[in-house]
Each structure stands twice: as C-alpha cells, then as structure tokens.
Design a protein around this ligand. Structure first.
Ligand code: NAD
Ligand code: WQD
Length: 337
C-alpha cells in the first residue's frame, strides 16, 4: 500500500510511518509542522533506510491541501492531523473546531474525488467521557458529558466519517480509539517532543527525570481508586503503531471502531515508580489539586481489536518508561537540539 499519513511527522504518526515502512508499505507524509519537526521524518528515514516524501500543507485549507496533493499518488490514508491539547481547546475552541473538523471534511472530499476509499482515523478514548463502567468496550455510550472542545471534535469527527460512509458505501473507515499513548521507539531516536510545558503525564515525568523541571504535580489523590490517584490505560506507542498497520491491512467497506489499549490500568503513582526505576533516579512529586475535567479511571476493553485485528499489546509500562527515558535522556531538547 502507499499510505498518506496526515500529521505523519507527529508523535504517533512518526512511529506508525516507521512500522509501515518496516512492513514493506510506502508512506507519504502531509504535515503543516504546527506541532512537529521535519527532523522526526528524517530520523524515520535514517532508521528504516527508506525515503519519505514530505508535503508541507495545512490540511484544513481546502485549496492549499488540494493543490499540494494534486500530483501525489496514494491508496489509503491514516488521518492523524489535528490539534490535541485539551486545556488549549477550552481556551481556543474555534481554532480547535476549525482545524480538527475542517481537516477531516477536506480529506473526505479529496478522497472521494480521487477514489481513495480506505481511511484510518485517530479517535480517542475521550469520546467515552466519564465512563459508566470500566473497562470500556466499544459499545459503551459516547458523547455523554464531554468536558472540552477537543473531546467533542473527536466525537463529531466519528459522526462525520459515519455520515460520509453512508453517502459513499465503498468507503472503508476504521475509527481507532486510543487510550493513553506513551513511550518511544526503543532506539531513542524518535519520541514525543511536546512544545512548552507538557500536558501529559509521561513526558512531564521524563522532563523531571532529566532535570528540566523540579517536580511533578500529581493531580489529585482522593479519587475512588486503589491509591487515590487517577488510573489510565497506558499503551506503548509502538504497540499503537502496530495497531494501525493491522487495521489498514484488514480494512473493508463500512465503518468499524476499535479500542486500542492494553486492558490494564495504572495509577499516577505507579507510573512515577515505574519511571523512577527505568531512569535509575527518584522522581520528586507533590500532591496537587485534581485537574478540572479529569476522570478517576479509564481502561480499555481491547477484546474486539485482539480478535478481529489479530493485534494485541506486547509491551509493558516498564518497557514504555525505559524507551521514553532512552529518548528523553539522549534528546533533552527534543528534536531542536
Ligand atoms: P501530534 O501533535 O504529535 O501530531 C499531530 C500532527 O498533526 C503534528 O505533526 C501537527 O504538526 C500536524 N497538524 C496539526 N494540524 C495540522 C493541519 N491543519 N494540517 C496538517 N498537519 C497538521 O499528536 P499525536 O500525539 O501524534 O496525535 C496524533 C492524533 O492522535 C491526533 O489526531 C490526536 O488527537 C490523536 N490522539 C492522540 C492521543 C495522545 O495522547 N497523543 C490520544 C488519542 C488520540
Ligand atoms: C494521565 C493521568 C492526570 C499530568 C489526555 C486526553 C486524552 C488523550 C490522552 C488525546 C491523569 C495525571 C497528568 C501531570 C498528573 N489525548 N497527571 N500530573 O488526561 O488521561 O488524557 O491525553 O486524545 O484525550 O484527555 O492523560 O497524560 O494528561 O494524564 O497527575 O502533570 O496523569 O490527572 O490522572 P489524560 P494525561
């Protein structure tokens, strides 16, 4: 397959590009580099020994994206492009809706015009809101009590893709609901490179471990969980990347939804301990008030993906901490060093 990766220079896109190339597929990256670096793509080329055509364009701009892709051949798409910072989405809702919705609308029209009928979309466990039950399967209600525009944009995108498929029955679309992606390629050459203060737990801990930040603030320790801190299903980014390849290789007409998670929950304090062990140093932390909009616990039931995609996670939280530390310690300034 020749796969177009929108947002392919980003954290999950770069790891997926690597796994696709290793499986013998070709990839083309379209990215506006609003939250990523060309260096990530260069390093994937270095790791795989393959060349990746890169198109710099804003996918949400119909004219720009259509012109940029005019001479580019591809037969399937993984659509990662979008903005993902939950807090920022509350402060900048119109920007988040414009980018996250327009990019999908432009892409769907472009695919139909070009007769490209295979799409994998980056959705999120955030569509489940505050879960009614844990672990959540794909039948769990979605779109109830979502607390931020980012989450709503994922929910809306899922619906947009379903509606597009009704009008274009040949379209095969897979909605992948990621749980909490963490870790890095084991080489330490590519990884997560957040700009500014990290919003997410593991990149924050990694920056504390490397001495860039003094301590972690643990957001709340009175949740109804075994140690009182929030519980999440952390999935190694290489397992996640392999999930995309499995989905792409089995895609058929219609819309299918899969949870991509490990099925195991870990608390904030468990992650702190695991990272400390991987890095061989203590991670200083303080207990801080709970973060608005956070839920106590979210864990995937990944059975559907395990069975239908013949995919399952093979890497542990300890593996993710080891690989995240290898990336962070070798690249303390991320790709900009
Ligand atoms: P990321 O920010 O590293 O990657 C997104 C990429 O899209 C970046 O390279 C960015 O420059 C690009 N981009 C943004 N707007 C664009 C536009 N208008 N045109 C072209 N490119 C554009 O994020 P990620 O963690 O790799 O996430 C990838 C996808 O997975 C996103 O859609 C995100 O919402 C979704 N997701 C991420 C997580 C997570 O925790 N990382 C969890 C669930 C879902
Ligand atoms: C994990 C746990 C925090 C930072 C978010 C999005 C979700 C998806 C993944 C994109 C929680 C705690 C965190 C810190 C802390 N993204 N924490 N101190 O909130 O589960 O999910 O990223 O789709 O949509 O909402 O991930 O990594 O921010 O937090 O104590 O400095 O760590 O409270 O319990 P979250 P996270």
């Amino acid at each position: 397959m020749r796969v177009l990766l929108t947002g392919g220079a980003g954290y999950i896109g770069s790891h997926t590009a690597l796994v696709l190339l290793e499986r013998g597929h070709e990839v083309v990256v379209l990215d506006d580099f609003s939250n990523s670096s060309r260096e990530a793509v260069r390093r994937v080329e270095e790791l795989t020994g393959k060349t990746i055509p890169v198109i710099e364009a804003d996918l949400a701009d119909r004219e720009v994206a259509t012109a940029a892709l005019a001479d580019v051949a591809f037969d399937s798409v993984v659509h990662f492009a979008g903005l993902k910072a939950v807090g920022e989405s509350v402060a900048q809702p119109t920007r988040y809706y414009r980018v996250n919705i327009d990019s999908t609308l432009v892409l769907l029209d472009l695919m139909r015009e070009r007769g490209v009928d295979k799409l994998v979309f980056s959705s999120s466990a955030t569509v489940y809101g505050d879960p009614e039950y844990v672990p959540q399967d794909e039948a769990h209600p979605v779109g109830v009590g979502l607390t931020n525009p980012y989450g709503w944009s994922k929910f809306m995108n899922e619906q947009i893709i379903r509606d597009a498929q009704v009008a274009w029955p040949e379209l095969g679309a897979v909605l992948l609901r990621y749980f909490n992606p963490v870790g890095a390629h084991p080489s330490g050459r590519i990884g997560e490179d957040p700009s500014g203060i990290p919003n997410n737990l593991m990149p924050f801990i990694a920056q504390v471990a490397v001495g860039k930040r003094e301590h972690l603030s643990v957001f709340g320790d009175t949740y109804n969980t075994p140690d009182g801190t929030g519980v999440r299903d952390y999935i190694h980014v290489m397992d996640l990347a392999e999930g995309h390849v499995a989905a792409l290789e089995r895609i058929a007409a219609g819309v299918t939804t899969y949870n991509l998670g490990s099925g195991t929950g870990s608390s904030v304090l468990e992650v702190v301990r695991a990272f400390g062990e991987a890095a061989g140093r203590e991670i200083p932390y303080v207990i801080a008030p709970a973060r608005g909009g956070d839920v106590a616990e979210t864990v995937a039931n990944p059975t559907k993906a395990n069975v239908e995609l013949e995919w399952q996670t093979t890497r542990t939280l300890a593996d993710a901490c080891r690989d995240s530390w290898a990336w962070q310690s070798a690249n303390p300034q991320g790709y900009t060093a």
